[in-house]
Design a protein around this ligand. Structure first.
Ligand SMILES: N[C@@H](CCC(=O)N[C@@H](CS)C(=O)NCC(=O)O)C(=O)O
Length: 210
């Protein structure tokens, strides 16, 4: 099975995390930003993640891929969900985007390895989010706004060991946030990030934080 992703994409990370937590082998394939042909050939539109199954058919939509992977072997891990965690993610997402998007466009990701691909991505995000340098300049305020939200998340994650569908949506957001320099992660949040990094096999982005 081949999973097509952009490395930076949190929706793609959902699928990668599911494979990792289920210990299900897969091949990871990077689609370059600006490559319209590959995803269109596989699923009829420019969108990732895409899972190409062993029978040659392909499927899109991260949560559909997660459900498919979950059903491949063993007991289902991603059946239940934690509504408080889901509510946190929904509430925090618009603020997280302001921090992560401008950094993603500058990041060291294989799908941005050519100047053309990076420019295609920058233009795509500028169209969606406006002036990316203005967002960078807003960083101190956004980080201050994030502080109490991360403290609230810490109380939700304290002592958490069970895995559910909520981890599939939450952890990729925190992975994305690890590209932001200067964010202070409360200990329970940091412990959670590192635990699922290790169990899921998707590297956090601290080493390229800007
Ligand atoms: N609902 C989709 C959303 C996936 C999504 O928004 N992927 C983005 C990358 S992060 C994408 O493919 N955007 C279109 C593009 O690259 O032009 C899912 O969960 O799989």
């Amino acid at each position: 099975m081949k999973l097509y992703v952009y490395d930076h994409c949190p929706f793609c990370t959902r699928a990668r995390l599911a494979f990792g937590l289920k210990k299900q082998p897969f091949d990871l394939a990077i689609i370059m930003e600006g490559d319209v042909e590959t995803p269109t050939r596989l699923v009829g539109k420019k969108m990732v993640p895409i899972l190409q199954k062993d029978d040659g058919t392909s499927m899109g939509e991260s949560l559909d891929i997660v459900a498919y992977v979950d059903g491949l072997s063993g007991e289902r891990l991603f059946a239940g969900k934690d509504e408080a965690v889901d509510a946190w993610a929904k509430d925090a997402w618009p603020l997280l985007l302001k921090l992560i998007i401008p950094r993603f466009t500058k990041g060291d990701f294989p799908e941005l390895a050519t100047p053309e691909a990076r420019e295609a991505y920058r233009l795509r995000e500028e169209k969606a989010f406006g002036d990316l340098e203005a967002l960078m300049a807003g960083t101190p305020g956004f980080i201050a706004e994030l502080g109490p939200k991360l403290e609230a998340l810490a109380s939700l994650l304290e002592g958490r060991t069970a895995v559910s569908l909520s981890d599939i949506t939450l952890w990729p957001l925190l992975r994305s946030l690890s590209i932001v320099k200067g964010v202070s992660f409360p200990t329970p949040v940091f412990v959670y990030m590192k635990r699922l990094e290790s169990e899921g096999g998707v590297p956090l982005l601290f080493d390229q934080a800007i």
